[in-house]
Design a protein around this ligand. Structure first.
Ligand SMILES: C[S@@+](CC[C@H](N)C(=O)[O-])C[C@H]1O[C@@H](n2cnc3c(N)ncnc32)[C@H](O)[C@@H]1O
Length: 266
């Protein structure tokens, strides 16, 4: 079992995931195992050079490439974990936590689970998550990624069901509903005050604007208020001495975040 937590301190140990960062800022996620090696484009780095050392150390491969070694952040885990479905990017995951007002103990209904990036983010923030995923291979991948990223203890708060969320929702008493699937309005149609308590918050991630339009209409007729749709644009800057300018390239569009407060039956 692998446990990687930002609260972990001290020397790096066997079984932990670590990030090797090369001179070009490329990142490689590796699970440390005694006697094994990280294979690079320029030779090997024995894991034994890293086990027992402090984060931030620099190692050199047998082919003279240099790497810094750190514990991964949640953002690194999300970007590097094995994917089945497309994941939500960290630039949207952070705002989703804020829009959904996630705090420890909050009860979340999440669908679909995909690769588990949103699940990992919600669970790391302390939520209790019940998830519906229609594909059992994706559900398995989501659980594996959550366990690999956060450790098996967190599975006590992650309840995954292979179910079609468009058909019905059989679980009750949620404070939040988080959606990332092609037709979120079909899930909105299934909500009742027994499922999402009045005052609860819905947040949906949708890549296209036609999805936003249908979803907003559903929210309007199904008892939601204070709806808003936002797009998060993140632009990095090139900073090198006096040469300071926006980077030429950025991730322009990922998706829209739509959120609203539930008042109960319309
Ligand atoms: C884009 S992925 C979700 C990615 C996920 N949010 C993440 O961050 O890794 C969409 C998921 O919705 C699932 N899905 C589609 N229709 C569904 C339905 N009716 N009920 C439950 N899950 C569904 C798909 O199988 C897929 O795994």
């Amino acid at each position: 079992m692998t446990v990687t937590s930002p609260r972990r301190r001290g020397p790096l140990s066997e079984g932990e995931q670590v990030l090797f960062v090369d001179r070009k800022e490329r990142r490689y996620l590796v699970v440390l195992a005694a006697g094994e090696s990280f294979q690079t484009h320029a030779g090997l780095v024995p894991h034994d050079d890293v086990i027992g050392a402090q984060e931030g150390l620099e190692v050199t491969s047998t082919g003279a490439a240099r790497f810094l070694v750190f514990r991964p952040t949640l953002s690194d885990l999300v970007l590097k974990q094995p994917r089945g479905a497309q994941v939500i990017y960290p630039k949207d995951l952070g705002p989703m936590l804020m829009l959904a007002d996630i705090e420890p103990g909050v009860r979340v209904f999440e669908t679909g689970l995909g690769s588990g990036a949103l699940s990992t983010t919600l669970l790391r923030a302390g939520a209790e998550v019940t998830g519906y995923e229609v594909r059992d291979d994706f559900a398995r991948r989501a659980v594996e990624n959550v366990e690999r990223g956060l450790g098996s203890e967190v599975l006590d708060r992650y309840h995954v069901h292979i179910r079609d969320a468009y058909a019905s929702i059989e679980h009750h008493d949620f404070d939040r509903v988080l959606l990332d699937l092609p037709e979120p309005w079909q899930v909105v149609d299934n909500l009742t005050p027994e499922i999402l308590r009045p005052g609860g918050i819905l947040v949906a991630y949708t890549p296209s604007v036609t999805q936003v339009m249908r979803l907003r209409r559903a929210l309007e007729v199904r008892g939601f208020a204070a709806a808003e749709t936002v797009e998060v644009l993140q632009r990095t800057w090139h900073v090198d001495g006096q040469a300071v300018r926006p980077d030429h390239r950025m991730v322009a569009h990922t998706g829209f975040l739509t959120h609203g407060r539930y008042r109960g039956r319309a």
